[in-house]
Structures are given as C-alpha cells and as structure tokens.
Design a binder for this molecule. Structure first.
Ligand code: AP5
Length: 214
C-alpha cells in the first residue's frame, strides 16, 4: 500500500500513522521526523532546515524532495509506505509523481484529515512526544504515563506563534495540492474531529483492511 497523509499541523497524521504502520506492516516516512533528526545530528541538511522549521516556514523544496525520494527508494519501501507530511507543495507532488512513474509503481490513496483551524492551536501546543518510544501524547486529550513525564519533548515549533505560521503555510501551499489528487481520483477525506479511536475507525473504513502489498 502506497499512501499519503495530508492535513493541517496537529490534524493527527502522526497519531494515525502509528496505528496504520502496525496494522499494514509498512514504513512510516515522516518528512518532519527526518528533518528533526537531521537538525539533531547537525548535518548540512539539518542546518538548512533548522531556522525555517522554528519559524513555522516550509523547508525549501529542493532540500526536501531529494531527501524523501531517496528514502522511498530504499528496499524497505518496496512493498509500500505511508508518507506523512510530504508532499506539501505542488512541486513536491509533481516530483513524487515522476519518481513513482520511473519506479513503475502508483499511489493507492491520499488521505486528507479535515480539522477546523479553531481546534489546531490547542492540539499542537499540548503535544508532547516520547523520544524513547516515539509515542505522541497530549497533556489533555491523551495524557502521558507518569513514568514518561521526565523525558517528554515539547517541539520547538509547537508554540502558538509558530503554529499560526504553520497553519497559514498549510492553507497557502499545501491545501492547493488537494485538487491535484482529487483530479486523479485518489483523494479520501476523513473527518479528524473526535477521539483518536473514532478517527482510526474512519481511516480504516476508507483504506480497507490490511492486505499483503505487492
Ligand atoms: P511536520 O512534522 O510534518 O509537522 P505538521 O505537518 O505540522 O504536523 P504535526 O506533526 O504538527 O501534526 P500531526 O498531524 O502529525 O498531529 P499529531 O498526530 O502529532 O513538519 C514540521 C515542520 O517541518 C514544518 O513546519 C516544516 O518546516 C518542515 N517540513 C516537514 N515536511 C516538509 C515538507 N514536505 N516540505 C517542507 N517543509 C517540511 O497530533 C497533534 C496533537 O494532537 C498530539 O498531541 C496528539 O496527541 C493530539 N491528537 C491527535 N489526534 C487527536 C484527536 N483525534 N483528538 C484530540 N487530540 C488529538
């Protein structure tokens, strides 16, 4: 299964991806996680991305496209992948099309999580992540276990000013790729409002049960 998750910051892409990669046995490729790792490791790519990420801006297309296309070309993606956070501009979507066509494979679905802006700031500013397990928590909606409290991370772009900038970028740069995938007949809309379990049920309804990917 080759699937893309699209949605505003805090829509629940990462939360739902954790479930899907377990049930469908495919790698979760998050461009945000890859960029954060590059920043932590101080690589050239990380240095190019760091300031833009902290401001809530997008990292330039030429930096992100090469990084993700190289990643989905690795052997563990031969049977499928779940892309989270990429593509998020029209040039990224077109570059992905070219790379998939060159590899002789096609996308199965593009899932759009729909969550109103009014819910986003509270979701994002309350997020905490566990660097040991990769689990995503929320101080109010999905409270972390007490034994994890001391090691939880609050992302440097999860403050109100950066979230507002990210939402603006989403509407201006990413929302326009929705009609691109709609025209290809790939778009599946999922209501992202409700408990994470309710959203998972809706997601499984549009993706179908897990099957062996080819
Ligand atoms: P990225 O890491 O991709 O961030 P994002 O798209 O803004 O998405 P988030 O990770 O903030 O949210 P999410 O939808 O995964 O929500 P989550 O499940 O965690 O990108 C970060 C930055 O990297 C960008 O700003 C940009 O600078 C750069 N970048 C990345 N990719 C790029 C690209 N392709 N091109 C250019 N630049 C790029 O949930 C959020 C919170 O809500 C959590 O606390 C969770 O517990 C809670 N929650 C989840 N579901 C629910 C629910 N149903 N009800 C209540 N709470 C919920």
């Amino acid at each position: 299964m080759r699937t893309i998750l699209i949605g505003p910051p805090g829509a629940g892409k990462g939360t739902q991806a954790q479930f899907i990669v377990n049930t469908h046995g495919i790698p979760h490729i998050s461009s945000g996680d890859m960029l954060r790792e590059a920043v932590r490791n101080g690589t050239e790519l990380g240095k190019k991305a760091d300031a833009a990420m902290k401001r809530g801006d997008l990292v330039p297309d030429d930096v992100v496209i090469g990084m993700v296309i190289e990643r989905i070309g690795r052997p563990d993606c031969a049977r499928g992948f779940l892309l989270d956070g990429f593509p998020r501009t029209r040039p990224q979507a077109e570059a992905l099309d070219v790379a998939l066509a060159a590899a002789g494979v096609a996308l199965d679905a593009v899932v759009l999580f729909e969550v109103p802006d009014s819910l986003i700031v509270e979701r994002v500013t309350g997020r905490r992540s566990d660097p040991e397990t990769g689990a995503i928590y929320h101080l109010k909606f999905n409270p972390p276990p007490t034994d994890a409290l001391g090691r939880l991370v609050h992302r440097s772009d999860d403050f109100e000013a950066a979230v507002t900038a990210r939402l603006d970028k989403y509407h201006r740069e990413t929302a326009p790729i929705v009609p691109f995938y709609e025209a290809k007949g790939l778009l599946k809309r999922v209501d992202g409002v409700g408990s994470p379990d309710e959203v998972t049920a809706r997601l499984l309804a549009v993706l179908g049960a897990p099957r062996s990917a080819g």
